[in-house]
Write a protein that binds this ligand. Structure first.
Ligand SMILES: C[S@@+](CC[C@H](N)C(=O)[O-])C[C@H]1O[C@@H](n2cnc3c(N)ncnc32)[C@H](O)[C@@H]1O
Length: 248
C-alpha cells in the first residue's frame, strides 16, 4: 500500500468528504488560529486521525517546495485508473462526457482542467501515460478537490484509445484555433470526448487525425491562442449549456 502527501485545504477537505479512511496523518502549522483549520482538526479527532502541529520550516521541508497553506496530509495513495475503468465508465453513463488532454505538461493546467471538468460534470479525463503532467501536489491543490472526484485515466496509446471510444459511440471533438467550425455552432449534445492539445504544440498529428471534427473558440483580440485550461473551460461549459438546453 503506497502513500502520498496532499497539500492545502481544498485537497484535505475533499478527502474528508469522500474517503476519510485514506488519511494516515495530518500536519498543520503550529500556532495558527484559523477558521478553516478548526473543522479539520475536529473531523480528524472524530475519525481518530493524528494531527501533528509543526513550525513553518518543518512544514516547508515536508512539502519540498509545494505550496501547502499550512496543512499537509499523508494519505493512502489514490487509486489509479486505466483503459478497463474507461470501458466501464462509457458502458455505465447514459451520455458519456469525456475530456482528453493530449500532452499537457504543466501541473497548474492539469489542476485547472480537473477543476473545470468536475464543475462541468465530466465523467473522466483521459491522458497519455508518458506525455502528461503528473497528478502531484500542485495539480491536486489547483484542482481544489476535483483530483479526488474525476477519474484521471492514463492510457498507453492515446490513438488506440480514441479509436476504441469512437467504436463505442463517443464523438471525438478536437480543438484547434485554426479550424473553421465555431465550438458554439457544433452539435455537442451526444456522447462526447473533447480533446485539448498541449501548451506549446497543440494536439499531436495522430490525435488530430482521430478526431471526428475540429472546433475553434472564436477570438476577437490579437493573441493567437488561449491558455489550454481556459479553452477547456469554455468548451466543457458549451457542452453543458447545449445538454441543459436540450433537456429544458
Ligand atoms: C496554447 S494552445 C496551443 C497553441 C498551439 N500553437 C496550436 O497551434 O494549437 C493549447 C490548446 O488550447 C486549446 N486552444 C487554445 N486556444 C484555442 C482556440 N481559440 N480554439 C480552440 N482551442 C483552443 C487547444 O486545445 C490547443 O491545443
Amino acid at each position: 500500500m503506497s502513500n502520498e502527501l496532499i497539500f492545502g485545504f481544498h485537497s484535505v477537505e475533499a478527502i474528508f468528504e469522500s474517503e476519510p479512511e485514506r488519511f494516515i496523518e495530518i500536519y498543520a502549522l503550529k500556532g495558527r488560529d484559523d477558521k478553516r483549520l478548526s473543522p479539520i482538526i475536529e473531523e480528524a479527532r472524530k475519525f481518530g486521525i493524528s494531527v501533528q502541529f509543526m513550525q513553518r520550516k518543518a512544514l516547508d521541508n515536508k512539502s519540498k517546495g509545494e505550496q501547502h497553506q499550512g496543512i499537509i496530509a499523508n494519505v493512502i495513495a489514490a487509486p489509479t485508473f486505466n483503459e478497463k475503468d474507461l470501458d466501464e465508465i462509457i458502458a455505465r453513463e447514459e451520455t458519456p462526457f469525456l475530456l482528453v488532454l493530449d500532452g499537457i505538461t504543466d501541473p497548474h493546467n492539469l489542476g485547472a482542467c480537473l477543476r473545470s471538468a468536475d464543475a462541468a460534470g465530466v465523467h473522466a479525463i483521459i491522458v497519455p501515460k508518458d506525455k502528461s503532467a503528473k497528478l502531484n501536489g500542485t495539480a491536486r491543490k489547483v484542482a481544489c478537490g476535483a483530483a479526488e472526484t474525476v477519474p484521471l485515466i492514463q492510457v498507453t496509446n492515446l490513438a488506440r484509445t480514441l479509436r476504441e471510444i469512437k467504436d463505442a459511440g463517443v464523438w471525438v471533438v478536437g480543438t484547434a484555433g485554426e479550424t473553421d467550425t465555431h465550438v458554439f455552432d457544433a452539435n455537442l449534445t451526444g456522447p462526447m470526448a473533447i480533446v485539448m492539445g498541449a501548451e506549446g504544440e497543440g494536439m499531436r498529428r495522430l490525435t488530430r487525425e482521430h478526431c471526428d471534427v475540429l472546433v475553434k473558440i472564436p477570438m476577437a483580440g490579437t493573441v493567437s491562442s488561449l491558455n489550454v485550461s481556459v479553452a477547456t473551460g469554455i468548451c466543457l461549459f458549451e457542452v453543458l449549456r447545449q445538454r441543459n438546453a436540450t433537456q429544458a
